[in-house]
Design a protein around this ligand. Sequence first.
Ligand code: GLU
Length: 301
Amino acid sequence: MPFPYRGRFAPSPTGPLHFGSLIAALGSCLDARQQGGTWLLRMEDVDTSRNVPGAADDILRTLAAFGFEWDGPVLYQSQRLAAYGAALEQLKQAGLAYGCACSRKEIADSATHAAIDGGLAYPGTCRKGLPDGRAARAWRLRVDNGEVAFIDRLQGRVVQHLEDDVGDFVLRRADGLFAYQLAVVVDDAWQGITDVVRGADLLASTPRQIALQRSLGYPEPVYAHLPVAANPAGEKLSKQTLAQALRVDQASAELVAALRFLGQAVPGELGRASVAEVWAWARAHWSFAAVPRQALIVLPA
Ligand code: GLU
């Protein structure tokens, strides 16, 4: 018997939800509901340097106004620091995490190639121990060059060789904050997440998360990376590209647009329906098989 489906939506409170976030919320929720699963909400506020005051509450209000119903209390990553610390300790004890003294400049001066998702692949300078007289600033996971592969339900087989593709990556940053990669893996395991449905902008992070799951002895969820919406200039919708906030007074129309983006054959008359009617249609007709298998879809101007 497989474990019962448990999915989640995990926004970062760095600003209001936009159309791109709605796609991830809707896709993860409808997939969970169709499979008779649980759907949890997790506020990824671990990076306090990026949190915007009031954004977490605004996200919850917007989701509720858009008709989302999540199961159980919202998990806040800012309340989970002890768990991240314990996971890091476990990795240190196992010799899998090591302290790194390198500054950004030192890495820039010594790196030999770019990492798969931008930035620089860490050249492994502190792998064999800290240079004399230097203290650890950050903590990194020791990776190897073996193949880390998984089959994404939408994007197919994804393979990385972590040592070449990203290098030993950061678990705890020089500013003391726990890295997204560690927090997401610890929380997905703790919340018993069986299925991660999220935007394809995170596809390149997944092999790192799988490597961490293996290092910590956690189960590996099944992954589906949804197409990401881009503006007509080809840029992913985000706060950085000034994506418009979702409009609560247009909730039905925005939901219908998100369903169409996800390949669903929404009937024309649903454009004038209420939020509850759109949800009733979506829950009755959701077809995962209709979701486009692209990683990026450019929205018309
Ligand atoms: N908090 C991440 C974001 O907003 C999503 C993390 C995830 O779904 O794994 O991009």
